[in-house]
Write a new protein. Structure first.
Length: 341
């Protein structure tokens, strides 16, 4: 697998509709222009993500280079694979990268909404928040992102957000591929836990949020809380926020922003994040059936997006450093900005 090809985001797959394309592209171009004069802190959490970490590192460095300056803060704890080793190797070659590592014997968070998960996530996020505010020079924007995204994020989508004025936070249109009946690549809106639409921060069910559909190029949507795998915060708003463990950490943080007067919170349908694929029972049988000649004649055949599980866990520090050296020497080979010099 060629990692440089893998990490490139397929912008064409998510092209805006013709009636909004001109406005969309105008915001993208204006956004890239503004990013070149802005400083950013890119931050995230990492635990047992060696299988995708090399791709994430490449994406983060590429995103950082679209700004005047960037800093990276990654918090790691209790990894049982070689996540910590890869992060340390990365930091050794890039003085903008700051790795915060702890051994806490903390439980692995279960994929359920519960108070234990909320408290631990609030602690991790608070650790990062304090480091950014206390130890780093103020930036213009803080970007919080999930470090285990298989499909990554749209650089053009981030630029589209920077093309807008008057926002304190902008969350992403996070999506995941899954099979729905005979449809192999149904895109469902993801991250239901952080998604809230009213002042009371009333939780929505996963089914309700999965059914939400946005079109790239739509105007930004005012929201009470969301995340979607990547969120952009004006630095002043981020610095005034506080993580709380009574609810999902993003919800508590956004509630604190509103209390502090930073109430311009949005979801940008064009700021697309792709989590990867939700693997469902019986998928392998449908995938086999789709590949058969007769079935392909009977129904529209699609290549299953991210059907194969992505795994870079065999990479060691040496291979990671070789990849970074190659990407830094030849930015034309991989860059977040098309045709970047």
């Amino acid at each position: 697998m060629n990692i440089f090809d893998f990490v490139q985001f397929d912008e064409a797959r998510f092209a805006p509709a013709s009636h909004v394309a001109a406005n969309y592209h105008r915001h993208v171009q204006n956004g890239y222009d503004r990013m070149q004069s802005a400083g950013i802190v890119i931050a995230g959490l990492a635990r047992n993500i060696a299988h995708i970490l090399p791709a994430t590192i490449l994406r983060v460095e590429s995103l950082g280079k679209t700004f005047r300056d960037y800093q990276v803060v990654i918090y790691e704890n209790d990894s049982s694979d070689h996540t910590a080793e890869l992060l340390s190797a990365w930091a050794s070659t890039n003085n903008r990268v700051h790795i915060l590592s702890e051994t806490l014997d903390a439980p692995v968070n279960r994929p359920v909404r519960c108070s234990s998960r909320a408290r631990w996530m609030a602690y991790y996020r608070s650790f990062v928040h304090q480091f950014i505010v206390d130890r780093l020079p103020p930036a213009d924007v803080v970007c919080l992102l999930d470090t285990d995204l298989i499909g990554g994020w749209s650089p053009d989508g981030i630029a589209n957000t920077f093309g807008y004025d008057n926002w304190d936070f902008v969350g992403s249109n996070g999506m995941i591929y899954k099979r729905l009946g005979l449809r192999s690549n149904h895109l469902a809106h993801y991250d239901a836990w952080a998604y809230r639409t009213d002042e009371a921060m009333t939780p929505l069910s996963t089914c309700q949020v999965n059914a939400i559909h946005f079109e790239r190029g739509e105007e930004m949507l005012p929201i009470a809380s969301c995340f979607g795998g990547l969120g952009l915060y004006r630095y002043e708003a981020f610095a005034d926020g506080k993580y709380e463990g009574e609810d999902i950490e993003h919800v508590g943080f956004h509630r604190s922003l509103i209390r502090a007067g930073h109430s311009r919170l949005f979801l940008n349908p064009s700021q697309i994040v792709v989590y990867g694929r939700k693997h469902r029972r019986l998928d392998q049988y449908f995938h086999f059936a789709h590949s058969m000649f007769l079935v392909r004649r009977l129904m529209r055949y699609e290549n299953w997006q991210y059907h194969r599980r992505i795994d870079f866990s065999h990479w060691g520090a040496t291979q990671l450093l070789q990849m970074l050296e190659s990407s830094r020497k030849d930015r034309r080979r991989f860059s977040a900005v098309p045709n970047a010099a």
